[in-house]
Ligand binder design. Structure first.
Ligand code: AMP
Ligand code: MG
Length: 343
């Protein structure tokens, strides 16, 4: 694939509509953008960035009307959120709010919350307004590299992996957006950025959560990832798995199978012959993008059944498979939560 740097905004809108990813300028850093409501398009972001794990992505909104379409805002939080939005949007302030189901799980890494903002960059604003839909856009760099502040940096990072980078010169802040969680009148700063605590304190009581502890799930802190409550085991192939006694087991499958499990499920008279109570196939075609797009939703669905165990078949470790395996390993039995490396 040849990567072109241009100022052709219409071409960017066209690619986004088709479910492709594009490098776009924002007022913070250059972002790698996809239609946020298209889970396969969002999977392409993780593929191109070679992130070895899934992180929740910030959702950029075309206008304020979209806020209540993607997030649920309780009565207590309405007034403070309105004040913040009126004062700081469009701009580098990201709000973490309760997610609505229109937002695909791959965007929020399975969390119940969604992070939203509105970019003040005129080029970004024009493209998203033309698209008329939210855009998911993390920084346009490969994993472990610094965030790009020019179109040439994006090219150096993602040459050959994306079709188009929109050039609008150097970005204004060169620093990622401030992230806050709003609950009633209290604002928790999750990540410091261009909008400072002093600016925010005009509005409400401020509670600062240190970045180093934010990623470790501890009581009362925001989890940065969804983790199923049901114990999970990673296996190579479900064909060689049999449940113990009355164990109620669900399968997250990678290998295609021809209805054998469905038949096993129907023989409800003899519980011992029942191999899996529920099966979710990550991708019938064994397409890793589709598997990534389905991963969190299926984990959640299986988790909601109150099973004794979920077994998940290992996916290949190339490309997006590495991030899928990382997520499954973190969810698996006996895994101890370790701090994550910041990108
Ligand atoms: P960025 O790298 O600028 O795109 O920012 C992404 C960061 O936003 C993630 O690493 C998280 O720290 C934060 N974030 C995104 N979505 C959420 C969410 N739903 N809940 C909490 N933090 C989030
Ligand atoms: Mg980044």
């Amino acid at each position: 694939m040849k990567t072109v740097i241009s100022t052709d905004r219409a071409a960017a809108v066209e690619l986004l509509r088709k479910g492709e990813i594009v490098g776009l300028p924002t007022e913070t850093v250059y972002g790698l953008a996809a239609d946020a409501l298209n889970p396969i398009a969002v999977a392409k972001i993780f593929e191109a960035k070679e992130r070895p794990r899934f992180d929740p992505l910030i959702v950029h909104l075309p206008n304020e009307e979209w806020l209540e379409r993607v997030a649920k805002i309780d009565n207590r939080s309405h007034a403070p959120i309105n004040k913040l939005v009126t004062r700081f949007w469009p701009g580098p302030l990201t709000l973490v709010l309760d997610r609505r189901s229109i937002v695909p799980e791959i965007v929020t890494a399975g969390l119940d919350t969604v992070a939203v903002r509105m970019s003040s960059h005129p080029v970004f604003a024009e493209i998203i307004s033309e698209l008329g839909k939210p855009i998911a856009a993390p920084s346009a760099n490969r994993f472990g590299r610094i965030s790009p502040t020019t179109a040439q940096h994006v090219l150096a990072e993602l040459n050959g992996r994306i079709e188009l980078i929109i050039d609008a010169g150097r970005t204004q802040h060169g620093l990622e957006s401030t992230i806050v969680r709003v609950r009633g009148n209290s604002i928790q700063i999750l990540r410091r950025g261009p909008i400072t605590a002093e600016q925010l304190s005009e509005f409400a009581k401020i509670n600062i959560v240190a970045a180093s502890t934010q990623k470790i799930s501890a009581p009362g802190q925001l989890p940065s990832h969804y983790a199923p409550k049901t114990p999970l085991d990673l296996i190579d192939d479900a064909k060689s798995f049999s449940p113990k006694n009355d164990q109620r087991v669900g399968l997250l499958a990678w290998h295609p199978r021809k209805g054998d499990l469905q038949i096993a499920q129907r023989r409800t008279g003899d519980r011992r012959s029942l191999q899996f109570l529920a099966v979710r196939n990550l991708s019938e075609q064994q397409d890793l993008r589709e598997a990534a797009a389905n991963l969190f939703r299926y984990l959640r669905e299986l988790d909601a059944l109150g099973l004794d165990l979920i077994v998940a078949e290992r996916v290949p470790s190339q490309g997006l498979g590495a991030a899928i395996l990382d997520r499954l390993e973190r969810a698996s039995h006996g895994y101890s939560v370790a701090p994550e490396m910041p990108e």
